[in-house]
Ligand binder design. Structure first.
Ligand code: COA
Length: 138
């Protein structure tokens, strides 16, 4: 089941985040989850009462920015990200959607391309570890 996150989901979201993103990746802090649940669009995928993935969109004046997408290790490769993206495009209507992704995250890039995102430019040293990213636009 996919639904909007509530404040009571923040701790579980933070645990999921910490299991996927290392310190070097600068994953979201617990307080950031409270903030985004309140201010932005954060959808979660639940299975048997457990959060197995989430997607976070930031609302900008003229577009939505996909800020984070994260699926629990044991649920990856089972179509959860696709379900979250399908749900997002049904529930968030905007003329434009954007995201940034590390140039070596081929899994994610393939997924985004399936949803019509196109590489728009290379973002030099975009990430904290100086890695390049792609800006992708749909
Ligand atoms: C990238 C990520 C979000 C994909 O989520 P997922 O639920 O495993 O993806 P899905 O099962 O919905 O697969 C969707 C598509 O992703 C791509 N994909 C998924 N697993 C893949 C793999 N092992 N190798 C290559 N492509 C893969 C495929 O294009 C797949 O489509 P297909 O099933 O038609 O072939 C997930 O692996 C994840 O959370 N990774 C760590 C965090 C991250 O990198 N987030 C994105 C940051 S921008």
């Amino acid at each position: 089941m996919i639904r909007s996150a509530k404040a009571s989901d923040a701790k579980e979201l933070y645990q999921l985040e910490s299991s996927i993103f290392t310190k070097e990746d600068f994953g979201l802090a617990l307080y950031s989850f409270y903030y985004h649940i309140n201010k932005n669009e954060l959808f979660i995928h639940e299975q048997s009462g457990k959060i197995v993935g989430y997607i976070l969109w930031l609302k900008r004046k003229k577009y939505y920015r996909l800020y984070s997408l994260c699926i629990a290790k044991e649920f990856q490769g089972k179509g959860v990200a696709k379900k979250l993206l399908d749900f997002s495009f049904k529930n968030i209507v905007a003329p434009c959607y954007q995201l940034e992704v590390k140039v070596d995250n081929t899994k994610a890039i393939k997924l985004y391309e399936k949803y019509g995102f196109k590489k728009s430019k290379v973002l030099k040293k975009f990430y904290s570890n100086q890695q390049d990213g792609y800006l992708m636009v749909r």
